[in-house]
Design a protein around this ligand. Sequence first.
Ligand code: HSE
Length: 438
Amino acid sequence: MSETVKIALIGLGTVGTGVARVVLEESERLTRRCGKKIEIAKVVVRDLSRTRQIDLPPGLVTDNLQEVLDDDSITVAVQLIGGIHPAKQYMEQLIDAGKHIVSANKALLCQHGTELFARAREKGRTIAFEAAVAGGIPIIHVLSQAMSGNQITAIEAILNGTSNFILSEMFLGGRSYEDVLAEAQELGYAEADPTLDVDGTDAAQKLGLLVQLAFGTKVTLDQFPKQGIDTLPLEDLLYAYELGYSIRLIAVARLVKDELELHVQPTLVPLDKPLAQVHGPNNMIALEGDVVGKTWYQGLGAGQNPTASAVISDLVDTVAGRNELIFPFMDLWNEGKQLEVMPAEEIRRRYYLRFNVLDQPHVFAEMADVLGRNQISLASIIQHETPEAPEANGDSKQVVPVVIMTHMTTEGRIRAANEELSKLNSIREDRVILPVLD
Ligand code: HSE
């Protein structure tokens, strides 16, 4: 007869329901994996009257966290509520009450991880967070265990399933941004506030956690460029394809000399790169280590079951005592050398530029002059022929798109040129500037 370990679920939303279902239905499987029987002793919800997608044994559900805090027989709390408040207070109370924590809350750990980890460590408890980054892909385990022999040199990743779903569905189905976003919400990929998905915040928070594990450096979101997909028109996805690229929301952390290059931006990815071929709500992480070389990890980054899969692996590891091996890793890194974040202006890349310009003489010369004076060299230019305006006599005021690919340059030069371009009457305000991933 296996020993029983009692756990509590804090939150019974999409992911919590998936976790409860696997714990109840696959009890034998989990016992084989950790040597102990996992029993859900309490489920804490905010609203007792809400209809649930799962039948739980009677007496489990409560709206009072205190019942978990007071029950010393419960040793693990699986906390699946998003946001900072009250999630932070709950986690502190649970740690203080001696519970090990499993959490999927990337926002909380990104913002307050240092103090929460220190608090748990002081109490001899662990916080596991595989589900906080890239849903079903076990990237936290990879970074904290499997890459121990390596200095990670680069992370290039698609970390937001909602954004990837939107970009690929817009392109493949010729659908509008709003239409696909609504579907992503219905399918449970998006955060409660989908702004965090589409403005790049969710991916940036996940990158922050990966950077801490991979480089031992704590970064805040205001230290690097972050741009979402929420203002990207279908037109640019089509131009990028014409040029041989896909546009994906790409998070990058790269070791350049002794500095960290960091950014999260819609990025042109050459079609033959694995990251360009990731469709739907999938995530992919390309990880480069100085010993192993380049490795790729792909899977569903959002949704009930992929996220539940990650939570349960943490739960099993916690019950088996394996998290105690992983957990000190964060603290050890924190004691090491913190890398400086490269100033955004120094980031070197190629760029895609789309300008809506007045179709009249000298416009190309004006654009080329600004770019040239800022040391930006042009690699290709597209202006599709448009029908002549009826009054065409060389002074037409039609607005037409011009797409330019640059050679390698710096973010600083691009910003300076953009500032000058904004003063030209012949170029409209809706300029699109996107980096290229080489
Ligand atoms: N909303 C996230 C995404 C999933 O779309 O990737 C949870 O991290």
